[in-house]
Design a protein. Structure first.
Length: 423
């Protein structure tokens, strides 16, 4: 101890010991985002409708709908994005041809309904075979998987039976797709998530998969996940009981609204009850690395009401993005154009300011801006998300920020960069 200090090494060691549990909690339960791509949407289709050409077919249907409406620039104008129409039109047109669906969910739940066991067994096996075919042919979407029936008593065995046939058949065809996603719907208790964890462990053991290979999404569709009978908040608890296997929380617009006895005409992604639930979800997942997805609108842009439905969809997509929900559900090919128009407009409108601030943070180009590291990370994440979905191009990002996509990714996810440096 010197004349300028009062503490000894054992004082530091004592504080380290006192905070050891906190350090372990932050490291294990709040690791932050892993830096991998998050899709901007999930498109749901009945499982028996899927074949390897479905993404291209949906893209073609979306393009045809846009052309019937006068083209992409005209559609942008009609949904209030005319000021960006010249920028958006070529980007969205390219997206609909190159990658119309980012995440595809083959639905064995509400979108599929109740069938004979033999029929659903056959469809589960066929779905896995067709996913394997699509992966082999290079036509699979970046993320793909199934939603099976929930773990409540009436549908539990049927849901598990479908999951078993799908996973076992898919594993027999070769390596599981990198973007495989499993969706557990209508979760009401933490115990149901723990049961799903146990099933994942058994599949991995019996199929020779690496431990932790199987992860799953939880659909937040019941009020019991927001407030339990004992007053706790299960949606937060379940994340820390899932052993790192929960990849995302998805809000279910209509089941959740109906369970609160909200009249059908007022069930919406923007109802105050929906906003409250989604804010609880948002706080629960903060720094855990678990992603969020908003729900869907069932107002489909077809027929005479298509213009109004497109305006509604574009507005709801933008609303979700502004609230930190970077993913949502789509139910029809005609929702794809406005999904990308609204998403791309969000990133392009914010890009110039974000790029200028990043350039200053990295290179000191503007003395009037003094961003902190946390803000710089948020700016970098914003630009990286725009790049990943196709709203921004690498050339414009490099020229405006003076940084490569890899450099921005490292800035956005410093824990990932540290892990890579240590590996």
């Amino acid at each position: 101890m010197s004349a300028n200090t009062s503490l000894r090494e054992d004082d530091f060691a004592d504080i380290d010991e006192r905070l050891a549990q906190t350090d372990a909690l932050l490291s294990g339960s709040y690791p932050g985002d892993d830096g991998s791509r998050q899709p901007v949407h999930t498109l749901y289709v009945p499982a028996d409708r899927f074949d390897r050409d479905l993404p291209a077919r949906f893209g073609a249907d979306a393009i045809a709908a846009v052309e019937a409406a006068g083209g992409t620039a005209a559609l942008a104008e009609s949904v209030g994005l005319g000021h960006l129409a010249d920028q958006l039109a070529p980007l969205v047109d390219a997206k609909l041809r190159r990658e119309p669906i980012e995440d595809l969910r083959l639905d064995f739940e509400d979108g599929y309904g109740t069938r004979d066991d033999d029929e659903e067994d056959a469809d589960a096996i066929l779905a896995a075979e067709r996913v394997a075919e699509a992966v082999a042919a290079g036509s699979a979407t970046p993320f793909i998987g199934i939603r099976f029936k929930c773990f409540e008593a009436p549908t539990r065995r049927r849901g598990i039976r479908t999951l078993d046939r799908f996973i076992t058949t898919l594993a027999a065809a070769g390596d599981l797709p990198d973007g495989l996603v499993l969706t557990l719907p209508k979760v009401t208790t933490v115990a149901q998530v723990e049961a799903m964890v146990a099933l994942c462990e058994r599949f991995e053991e019996r199929l020779g998969l690496a431990s932790g290979r199987l992860r799953f999404e939880v659909q937040m569709e019941t009020p019991q996940l927001i407030v339990a009978a004992d007053g706790t908040i299960p949606v937060a608890t379940l994340l820390h009981r899932a052993e790192g296997r929960v990849s995302a929380l998805h809000y279910g617009t209509y089941d959740y609204s109906a369970s609160l006895q909200i009249a059908a005409a007022y069930q919406s992604m923007e109802h105050p009850a929906a906003d409250y639930a989604k804010q609880v979800m948002q706080v629960a997942v903060a720094e855990t690395g678990v992603r969020l997805s908003d729900g869907s609108t069932n107002v489909i842009p077809v027929g005479e009401k298509a213009p109004d439905a497109w305006k509604l969809h574009a507005r709801l997509v933008r609303r979700s993005l502004e609230r930190g929900y970077y993913q949502g559900w789509d139910l029809h090919a005609n929702q794809l154009p406005t999904r990308y128009l609204a998403t791309y407009a969000f990133y392009r409108e914010g890009f110039e300011a974000a790029a200028r601030r990043l350039d200053n943070y990295l290179h000191g180009s503007d003395a009037t801006i003094m961003d902190e590291p946390a803000t710089a990370r948020a700016l970098a994440r914003f630009v990286v998300r725009g790049l990943e979905c196709g709203a921004l191009t690498e050339d414009e990002v490099r020229s405006s920020t003076g940084a490569s996509p890899a450099e921005l990714t490292r800035l956005a996810h410093p824990k990932l960069a540290t892990k890579e440096d240590n590996s």
